[in-house]
Design a binder for this molecule. Structure first.
Ligand code: ZN
Length: 351
């Protein structure tokens, strides 16, 4: 079924992001220390894993190729009067690097005063915890209605029962999130971004895709994974697969996944094949052939994703799909407990 919908057009008046002199100086210092040009490079800052790159002179990417737990991707599109950022990172240090590189890209594009807007592909903290920092840098924040509710009601996501606490730094939720529905065309000035809210649960209950039709680029959020095991614990595997039919029909040359390396349409196909496999195993469980973690590992070892990161997600994705197929309830606490057992304790990560 094609994604909905009423298309609205959002024209944004040019405005200057409110950046005080101190902030500007800090940005310049950070920029000097980290990102001297916009070609592909690793940020020269201890501990950073962000690879900043550009797809065109207007489209920037912030990719963390390992793509593990809470190691996500982001990007931006610079228009003549408005810059649209797509997603943030989870910790103050990574979000600071992202904002520094984004401001540098605006200067390099000769659009230093391009008004900043942020679209969140969903509410997960690895993509959204930096929304408050973007708001403080002058951004208007957009998300699906479901993600907006989650961000404003739950605040920063740190999952202390799942994650061994890293240094999150001073991240805070935004004070406001503008909810989107259907498909909205953001006219940025010389470039348009089509922002689509998916009509039903997939990776989460409120997923958003950002497509640049003229450039054939898709910022897919966690709907597409770049050779990293997808996570479906809080969404719907069958709903996700239904939406992939829509995404696969779009003419695309470049797909920026939520995690892992940039690729083309093959990333959509491989994510879909993984989800199909999960549904196949869930159907076996429903047919009375239960799968324990060892059996799941053995089955995975014969698949093309056998070397993808985060293999422990299989043990929560399968019961999620069982619930989706059967209509029975799904216990998220039980699913996450199984995941932690398979991983070997609290998740250790560097957001
Ligand atoms: Zn996610």
């Amino acid at each position: 079924m094609p994604v909905n919908v009423a298309t609205t057009r959002l024209d944004v008046d040019e405005k200057t992001p409110p950046m005080v002199a101190d902030e500007a100086a800090q940005v310049m210092l950070l920029y000097a220390a980290s990102s001297k040009d916009l070609g592909d490079h690793r940020v020269e800052q201890a501990g950073s894993d962000i690879v900043f790159g550009s797809l065109t002179d207007r489209i920037g990417t912030a990719v963390r190729p390992d793509g593990g737990w809470w190691v996500s991707n982001a990007g931006w599109v610079i228009g003549d009067h408005t810059t649209l950022a797509i997603d943030t990172f989870a910790s103050e240090s990574r979000v600071g690097e992202l904002l520094t590189a984004l401001h540098a890209a605006q200067r390099q594009a000769d659009r230093p005063n391009s008004a900043l807007q942020l679209v969140l592909t969903h509410a997960h903290g690895d993509h959204a915890n930096g929304a408050g920092m973007f708001e403080a840098a002058g951004a208007t924040v957009f998300a699906s209605a479901e993600a907006a509710d989650e961000l404003l009601s739950l605040g920063i996501q740190t999952f202390p029962t799942l994650i061994s606490p890293p240094s999150w730094g001073a991240v805070a939720p935004p004070s406001a999130v503008t909810p989107l529905t259907g498909t909205t065309v953001f006219d940025l000035g010389g470039v348009e971004a089509e922002v689509t809210v998916l009509p039903s649960a997939a990776h989460t209950a409120g997923d958003v895709l950002v497509r640049l039709p003229a450039e054939g680029v898709l910022f897919a959020g966690d709907m597409v994974w770049g050779q990293v095991t997808p996570l479906a614990a809080v969404g719907s595997v069958t709903g996700w697969l239904a939406q992939m039919d829509t995404i696969a029909r779009w003419p695309l040359t470049t797909v920026v996944p939520g995690h892992g390396n940039i690729g083309g349409a093959e990333l959509i196909d491989s994510t879909r094949r993984y989800l199909d496999w999960i549904v196949t195993l869930a159907a076996e469980v429903l047919a009375g052939r239960p799968l324990d973690p060892a059996a799941i590992r053995a089955r995975r070892a014969t698949q093309e994703w056998r070397n993808w990161g985060c293999p422990e997600r299989d043990v929560v994705n399968i019961p999620r799909a069982v619930a989706d197929l059967s209509g029975d309830s799904f216990s998220l606490p039980a699913g996450l407990a199984a995941l932690k057992d398979e991983y070997g304790g609290l998740l250790v990560l560097e957001p």
